[in-house]
Design a protein around this ligand. Sequence first.
Ligand SMILES: [Zn+2]
Length: 166
Amino acid sequence: MRYTLQLLREVWIKVGLEKLENYKGVAVRALLDSRAMGLFMDMTFAKEKRFKMEKLKKSLLVRNVNGTVNAGGAIMHQVECNMFFKEHVERARMDVCNLGKTVVILGILWLAAHSPEIDWEKREVKMTRCPPICGKKKQEEGKKEVKKVEKDKDKEILKRLVPKRF
Ligand SMILES: [Zn+2]
């Protein structure tokens, strides 16, 4: 008897990245990669989607697992954004570099900090062991917050429209 067993070797999760300045979001596939250290965002993607890049005072060298310096060059920029995964939300700071076809990599520091529960058979990832700093955003609360932001925006617009002497 011959059968093929399709084993899962890589874990990808669909995350939402939200810009801090205007709450605009993009959904992307992120690779959980224990061989990488931190959080990484692809430079081309960051530019294309107009994420605000902060230039680092001192560039960071990217090291490979064996300690050698990565050929991709030094990290010069970081992006800070809100990262959503299902109801999970956190403020994330990502190093920007060239990742090729991958858009976002969540490395071992992130994996160790959040310790996602991975069901390798069902290919399911759950965030059940997060530190208290991570928010749990229920859909209802999320909607309320969006409404509040819109309301505040309306007030802002109104303020601008009404001349000061009123
Ligand atoms: Zn978390």
